[in-house]
Each structure stands twice: as C-alpha cells, then as structure tokens.
Design a protein around this ligand. Structure first.
Ligand SMILES: Cc1cc2nc3c(=O)[nH]c(=O)nc-3n(C[C@H](O)[C@H](O)[C@H](O)COP(=O)(O)OP(=O)(O)OC[C@H]3O[C@@H](n4cnc5c(N)ncnc54)[C@H](O)[C@@H]3O)c2cc1C
Length: 396
C-alpha cells in the first residue's frame, strides 16, 4: 500500500540520510527536548554531534567540509529534527541557512576558506541579524548604519529577535550604507563577535522555541574590515530576499516534522485509549482529526519535497515558497491543537509533547515572513501577472 507519495521523490541517498538523522534524533535529541524547553537551555553540545553527521554543513559544498547543496536532503534532515525538537531545528536553521548559506552564495574565496569550515565543524555558531525594533515586515526600513572609515566600516544600531544571537561567533549583519537609497542602500557584513562596541541583551522569554536563544544585539561603532563586506555593496536587501526562498522551504520542513509527530501521537492514543468500551479511534469525530492531519501532512510534505528537488537558485521561487509556507505553518498550529484534543486531559499536560509542539508551531506563522506577508507576496505576484503595475499596488 502506498502510504506517502512524498517518499517517491526521495533517492536512496535521502533514505540513508533520513535513517541516520532519525537515529541521532532518537538517541540524542528526543531525550533532552523537554528539558531544553523547560529550562530554555541551548544544547551547545549537540552541534559537535550534528557536525559529525554533516548536519551543520547542510547546503555547504563539500570542499568546505559541508554536506553539499542538496535542498531535498536539507529539508528531510530538518523534518526529522523538527519532529523531536523544533527549537533545535530553528537554531540549526539560523546556523546553516542564515549563517553559512549567504557565504556560500556571495562570499569571496577568502571568506569561504576562513569561515565555512568553522561553521560546518560546529566550532563556531552562526546566525543572521536583519530584523530591528522598527523594521520587521518592512525590511527596507532598517536603520542600522555602516559608516565608512579607514580600512573598513563602523556599525551603529540595534537588532532584535536574533536566533543564536547570544551564542554566535559569526553574524551576517545588514546595515544601511546609502541611507538615502532605501532598499537599494543596504549591505551585508560578516561580523565576528564578541567585538568592541558589541553587546547582547539577555535572551527573550518566549512562548515556544525555548532552548533556541533569541536576543537583541547592539552595535556601537563595531569595526568591520573592508574584506568582510559580504556580496555587492548596496545589494544586501536583494541578497536577503533571495535567501528567503531556501529559508522558507526549510522552515516548512519544521512544520512538516510537527505534523508528523502530531499524527503519530494521535494514532498512538486513539488506538490504546478506551472509552465506552472501545478505542477512541473508533469514534468518527476522532477519525476526522486523524484523517485531516494526514491530508495536511501529505500535501505539505509532497509539495515541499517537490519544491526542494526542483529548486534552482537562479529562478524566482517566491510564489511556491510563500504558498507552501502559509499552508504548512497554519496547518501545523491547527493540527497541534487537534492533537491536544485527541489526547484529552493528557494532551493538556506537560507529560506529553503536544502542548510544546503547539507553542513551537506558532513561530512558523511569524518567522521568515509572517503569514500576512506571504499573502501579500502571493496576491501581488498574481495581480502583477494580470497586468497591475507597481504603482497600482503601491502601499499594499
Ligand atoms: C523566535 C524568533 C526568531 C527570529 N529569528 C530571527 C533571526 O534570526 N534573524 C532576524 O533577522 N530576524 C529574526 N526574527 C524576526 C522575524 O523575522 C520577525 O519577527 C518577522 O519578520 C515579523 O516582524 P515583526 O515581529 O517586527 O512584526 P511586524 O512586521 O511589526 O508585524 C506585526 C503584524 O502586522 C502584520 N503586518 C505588517 N505589515 C503588514 C502589511 N503590509 N499588511 C498586512 N499585515 C502586515 C504582520 O503580519 C504581523 O501580523 C525572529 C523572530 C522570532 C519571533
């Protein structure tokens, strides 16, 4: 019997990777996932272990110690980790997809030689600092500025909600280099921290994704040498927008992991819990929740794998990435709620991971572009294709 069409898109090497990651997750991640959440503890020790499996080098060429640029392998790995600990998956995403991948795409040979092996080996933790107190969805509105000085730049400004902010040794930081030019005046910098003039807030207390540290960062004249400009001057905004495609597909993989985990808990409980002398799985209202969770999982996963397999960096992937992100993020939250309902009182306790998965799932509707922003991307793209101009759509 065919149980999942998504698997038809995988190759043998993907199956091997999935098994390897699954074993690692069962042995090392699942046992600490609840404690990471309870104590909001970042599991630094797991980065060395993930490095030995190649996971800290996903999307990085092998020449730099990476796993290679296989996006389908990447989403499979994130799905497996996301089942047990979406928080660990989020920190790994910030490390690989936000920290290392921009260097793969835009770095000079020297930058790649210097930084990628340190990230892929897990010696250094990476991340990206874009969002600011006054610039979230409106990404062009950042105010952090880079002033030209002899031999490089000095950064002034602050960032907020930065994943791995308090743990990172290397950050991709975006700043205005031509403030008059709006989004055409933003540049990316590779910033080694700690550094003079750099400070970090205490980690935010979050409802979910606990154990993945999120902090505010302050730059008070931090010096960045000229050779640490990443990519082309004043093209940073475009670099970020391009990077969103892979980031969004990877975040979908975490939602898919949550959907899978929720479905398994539903099935397990519905088959052993008895009421009225029968397993609760015999009741149609419970069956509906199971069947709908399976449908969402199958649709999200098959679309994701297809997108990951077909993705080409030189093509415009905004529409598919936004489409699947809305669907997977919203359905993961909704089905985690259903999972709690199927488990009844047990689902509401911390003895079971459903309530944690619900809290973690919600982030995917906010991070890497909110659901409202995904709607905007989709609607504007479609309306443009029907002839509406930028002027017509201004302010939307
Ligand atoms: C746990 C976590 C980790 C994160 N990690 C990182 C990171 O590593 N690096 C980084 O740079 N950032 C990170 N972020 C920031 C994240 O990308 C932003 O939170 C997100 O882009 C939304 O920005 P905002 O929070 O400022 O919300 P706002 O942009 O202020 O949005 C508030 C609400 O208004 C809505 N809205 C805004 N504009 C419009 C519009 N035009 N039309 C309709 N609705 C609109 C939004 O959808 C949302 O519902 C993280 C955030 C969280 C919570």
């Amino acid at each position: 019997m065919k149980t999942s069409l998504a698997h038809a898109l995988e190759g043998e090497e993907h199956r091997i990777l999935r098994e390897t990651v699954r074993r690692f997750v069962e042995e090392k991640v699942r046992p600490v996932a609840a404690e990471m959440d309870e104590e909001d503890r970042f599991p630094r020790e797991l980065f060395g272990e993930m490095a030995s499996l190649g996971l800290t080098g996903l999307m990085v060429p092998e020449a730099y110690g990476g796993f290679g640029e296989d996006l389908l392998a990447t989403v499979i790995a994130f799905e497996e980790i996301g089942r047990a600990s979406p928080a660990l998956a989020l920190s790994l995403l910030a490390h690989t997809i936000l920290g290392a991948l921009p260097i793969v795409r835009y770095g000079t040979a020297e930058q790649k030689e210097k930084y990628l092996p340190r990230l892929t080996s897990g010696e250094w933790i990476g991340g990206t600092a874009y969002t600011e107190p006054n610039a979230g969805s409106d990404a062009a509105a950042i105010q952090t500025r880079a002033e030209k000085v002899e031999g490089g730049f000095r950064l002034y400004g602050s960032k907020v909600f930065i994943t791995n902010g308090s743990e990172a040794r290397l950050l991709v930081v975006y700043a205005k280099t031509d403030p008059e030019a709006g989004h055409r005046g933003i540049t990316a910098f590779l910033v080694e921290v700690p550094a003079e003039g750099f400070s970090v807030s205490k980690n935010f207390e979050k409802m979910g994704m606990r154990g993945s540290p999120t902090s505010a960062l302050y730059f008070d004249g931090v010096f960045v040498p000229e050779e640490n400009v990443l990519g082309t001057m004043n093209r940073g905004f475009y670099q970020v927008m391009h990077g969103f495609n892979v980031e969004r597909l990877t975040i979908v993989a975490i939602s898919v992991g949550i959907l899978r985990e929720v479905l398994e808990w539903m099935l397990e409980h519905a088959s052993v819990r008895k009421q009225y002398g029968r397993p609760i799985g015999a009741f149609q209202l419970i069956q509906e929740k199971i069947a709908r969770t399976f449908v969402d999982l199958e649709l999200a996963r098959t679309y994701l794998y297809l997108a990951a397999r077909e993705y080409r960096p030189d093509e415009d992937w905004r529409l598919p990435a936004a489409t699947i992100k809305i669907f997977a993020a919203e359905q993961a939250t909704r089905r985690a709620l259903d999972g709690i309902q199927v488990l009844g009182g047990y689902g509401y306790t911390r003895e079971y991971p459903l309530e944690r998965l619900l809290r973690d799932a919600k982030l995917m509707e906010i991070g890497a572009g909110t659901t409202e922003m995904m709607i905007r991307v989709i609607a504007r793209t479609l309306l443009r294709s029907w002839g509406l101009s930028d002027e017509d759509l201004e302010g939307s």
